[in-house]
Design a protein around this ligand. Structure first.
Ligand code: C2E
Ligand code: CA
Ligand code: CA
Ligand code: CA
Length: 273
């Protein structure tokens, strides 16, 4: 880390080099993670708040390395984005997600839809639409059962995002705006996009019963969804109070530890079949 000298200046401590080496090591390990079978998915249920019915799952990638242990996505996704590995990883995640939907179905569990996170870097490559179409065809998953999650910054900062998003819509896949309210998407833009779902960010849900600003923002997002005819789902729901708040304000879709942590496919099957 950067150390502070007596005079308050930052200087490069020997550990700075260590950090670079560490990053390189992580990069190298990450690059081999797929072939070494260290990458897998967890699935977090999305439920209808009033009935508790399963309406979908979100696929969340995991990296379990023998040396490093379980590495958090917040640590390796940015690295994967910087190195370009995200394209390979993203493709793996998408394929595995679609295939898992069919496996569950064959085992007697119908999961209505699966949400898969897309990184901004995956849009920069341009081939995203072909890749999605190919994976759907190969796995046999109906397009409307796949929902891609992108953040506001993906939409606002990617030159051709609008084109890709319209193309994805044309092949029938759904689109959700993730972490909604934390970025700065223009509302006019939102109206033009073939988006079906807004996902209220966890940060607004967290203190919903104690922070009046968060409460106001959550209500505003729910109302916005209603006016634009979009479905709204809340993420990070941990308490009954939060769930009750959502219901009271007309949001009947949620995801969070209150219902389930992200789990292995086998656990989802066991619990929800
Ligand atoms: P996200 O898309 O906003 O995913 C939700 C995160 O919140 C997940 O963290 C999930 O485990 C966590 N979470 C769910 N319910 C609760 C709750 O009730 N309370 C709390 N405190 N947390 C909850 P996770 O799995 O560590 O993923 C972190 C981020 O990494 C994701 O945020 C997403 O941006 C990214 N990510 C995960 N998987 C993928 C992937 O396959 N591709 C890409 N591009 N990004 C991914
Ligand atoms: Ca997400
Ligand atoms: Ca989110
Ligand atoms: Ca989030």
């Amino acid at each position: 880390a950067k150390a502070r000298g007596r005079n308050g200046f930052q200087f490069y401590a020997p550990s700075m080099t260590g950090e670079g080496v560490e990053r390189l090591r992580l990069e190298t390990m990450l690059r081999r993670s797929i072939e070494k079978d260290e990458i897998f998915l967890n699935y977090q249920p999305q439920v209808e708040v009033d009935s508790g019915r399963l309406i979908g799952v979100e696929a969340l990638v995991r990296w379990d390395n023998p040396e490093l242990g379980l590495v958090a996505p917040v640590r390796f996704i940015p690295l994967a984005e910087d190195t370009g590995f995200i394209n390979q990883l993203g493709k793996w995640v998408l394929y595995e997600s679609c295939r898992q939907m069919i496996r569950w179905q064959d085992a007697g569990l119908y999961v209505p839809k699966i949400a898969v996170n897309l990184s901004v870097k995956q849009f920069e490559r341009g081939s995203i639409v072909c890749m999605v179409a190919e994976i759907l065809k190969e796995t046999g998953l109906e397009p409307h059962r796949l929902q891609l999650e992108v953040t506001e910054s993906v939409i606002m900062n990617t030159g051709d995002a609008l084109v890709f998003i319209n193309d994805l819509h044309a092949i029938g896949v759904g689109l959700a705006i993730d972490d909604f309210g934390t970025g700065y998407s223009s509302l006019a833009y939102l109206k033009q996009l073939p988006v079906q779902t807004l996902k209220i960010d966890r940060s607004f849900i967290k203190d919903i019963s104690t922070d009046s600003n968060d409460e106001a923002i959550a209500i505003a997002i729910i109302q916005l969804g209603k006016s634009l005819n979009l479905s709204v789902i809340a993420e990070g729901v941990e308490t009954e109070d939060q769930a009750a708040f959502l219901l009271r304000h007309g949001c009947n879709q949620a995801q969070g530890y209150l219902y389930s942590r992200p789990e292995l496919a086998s656990v989802i099957l066991e619990r929800w079949r």
